[in-house]
Design a protein around this ligand. Sequence first.
Ligand SMILES: Cc1cc2nc3c(=O)[nH]c(=O)nc-3n(C[C@H](O)[C@H](O)[C@H](O)COP(=O)(O)O)c2cc1C
Length: 180
Amino acid sequence: MGKIGLFFGSDEGNTERVAYRIQKRLGEDVVDVMDIADVTQLEFADYDKIILGILTWDFGQIQSDWEEFWDDIAAVDFSGKTVALFGLGDQFGYGDYFLDAMGMLHDVIIQSGPDIVGHWPTAGYEFDASKAEIPGTGMFVGLALDEDQQEDLSADRLNRWCVQIHREFGLTTPITELED
Ligand SMILES: Cc1cc2nc3c(=O)[nH]c(=O)nc-3n(C[C@H](O)[C@H](O)[C@H](O)COP(=O)(O)O)c2cc1C
């Protein structure tokens, strides 16, 4: 079985912690976790199943390490790969830009035609605008987490999303439900 490569960028640690919370659910021997600040394009070639994690900051901007990697990620060939995204944001503090960076990352990687899994409902969040929302569908392009305003909901959201992508990735390995 091919492993999953999980690539994240994080400023204050929330997105990094979420990366490892996903790894704990899907299995340490199933998911390799890597900081986007420490990788090159080459690491992406090692994985057919990929999870990407990004936070939004400064009114709709992409996280700084992802920003430095932006030309590289645009040049990665995602064709034939299956990709799931997760994003962190603050829906009350930045309701006009909620999770924008996840939407921007999605828009870049779909250029080379991966299969995107892990779409997630917008119900249960309050925001005015988000580039991560797929217009007219009531769905985000990936898992939406808000550690600033809805931290208490994250463990359950992670449990449900991991079950979903476990199925969508076609995994047969054990999955662990956690309350972290
Ligand atoms: C200065 C600043 C600007 C932010 N801008 C946005 C934003 O535009 N949209 C959004 O959804 N969240 C925004 N956030 C919320 C962060 O995305 C959120 O706190 C996230 O959990 C931080 O992740 P990290 O700990 O991995 O850095 C902002 C946070 C800060 C501190």
